[in-house]
Design a protein around this ligand. Structure first.
Ligand code: UT7
Length: 328
């Protein structure tokens, strides 16, 4: 059983930070950021809560799908930047969009979140006949968790949200999800302090013992290395399940972290860059929102059309990765 994306919506905050704006906080320059990452500007949430962005994207998705929000049976929100430890973003959004008959929960698979959530939605639809529509919404405000004195990470991220309404269908679908927790230490934002004796006993060697709470820390080089392996593997694992090849794919929609990562993955797969949707130049890395933002924009611009086969491939903190191949 597959799923059909009935409609999508996206929302990004109005406030934009250009590369030049970062020269006010750190020693950097536009040329370095553009050539090393492909990013020129990114939206920043400022006062807007994560759930607010998710709500706006969800309302647009409901409208695009032409459905009644009361017919949504499940809301899955993927985020690493929740406004609250509890309640979930999903419950807040469920109420805000009028999905009064829906269950709701958050899913954290970092930047792979949308791929994980879409696959989870499909599994719910497969096993619960009473479920008609699922709202999958990715909403992120990374800017609140950045250390604006760390030039190697603060320039990478942007804020935004994108949502999809899905229903069951007979369309082509394959997925593969994985995690490599041994790399958890390469990308993390701490929410609580750890007792030192526990840290010593664990395999989870703490690479950032002095890191302030709630600030993202990363080993950029290790994440880069992982990403260039994980993106092609995400596609290959999903493709081999249904016996199809790269030539059967009309569009690849990768996680948008660094254009050099995407170029390396394209080369490894033997696929021309023209088949990759790249939007990170104006969004930056919006974590779980990056794949659906790119997908939604490409659909709105009539680049991705009905009946075409798409591959959504993601990687992120965890370290997680995963791929979905489906017909749009
Ligand atoms: O969703 C997943 C999130 N994370 C990622 O995807 C991160 C993956 N990693 C990357 O994208 C890249 O590793 C970075 C963009 C983070 C860094 O690019 P790089 O080509 O690996 O640079 P580097 O770390 O090797 O640094 C080269 C130089 C260093 O200076 P020295 O030591 O050679 O003097 C850095 O200090 O560039 C310096 N540098 C900067 N210079 C100007 C680092 N950040 C900046 C900056 N502006 N913003």
């Amino acid at each position: 059983m597959g799923i059909s994306i009935l409609g999508m919506g996206r929302y990004v905050p109005e406030q934009i930070l250009t590369n030049d704006d970062f020269t006010r906080f750190v020693e950097t320059n536009d040329e370095w950021i553009r050539t090393r990452t492909g990013i020129t500007e990114r939206p920043m949430a400022g006062w807007e809560p994560t759930w607010y962005m998710g709500k706006q994207a969800s309302l647009r998705a409901v409208e695009a799908a032409g459905i009644d929000a009361e017919d949504i049976g499940l809301v899955i929100s993927c985020t690493v930047t929740s406004d609250f430890l509890t309640p979930s973003m999903a419950s807040v959004i469920q109420h805000e969009v009028g999905a009064s008959n829906a269950a709701a929960f958050d899913l954290n698979a970092a930047c792979s979140g949308f791929v994980y959530a879409l696959d989870t939605a499909r599994r719910f639809l497969e096993t619960d006949d009473s479920l008609k529509y699922v709202l999958v919404v990715a909403n992120e405000a990374l800017s609140r968790f950045l250390d604006f004195s760390d030039r190697s990470s603060c320039i990478l991220f942007g804020d935004g949200a994108a949502a999809a309404i899905v229903e069951r269908s007979d369309k082509l679908f394959s997925s593969a999800l994985r995690s490599e927790g041994s790399g958890a230490k390469y990308l993390c934002a701490r929410s609580l302090n750890v007792a030192p004796e526990v840290a010593q006993e664990s395999d989870f060697e703490d690479p950032f013992p002095e890191a302030p709470l709630h600030k993202l820390q990363q080993n950029g080089k290790e994440v880069y290395k992982f990403a260039t392996q994980a993106l092609p593997k995400s596609f290959e694992l999903a493709a081999e399940k249904i016996n199809i090849t790269k030539d059967d794919i009309d569009w690849f929609v990768p996680h948008q972290a660094n254009v050099r990562i995407i170029e390396t993955a394209a080369k490894k797969l033997g696929v021309p860059m023209e088949k990759f949707i790249v939007t990170l130049g104006h969004y930056g890395n919006t974590s779980s929102a990056s794949i659906p933002l790119a997908l939604c924009e490409a659909i709105e611009k009539d680049i991705i059309k009905r009946g075409q086969t798409i591959a959504l491939i993601g990687f992120g903190a965890g370290l997680t990765y995963g791929g979905i191949i489906m017909e749009y």
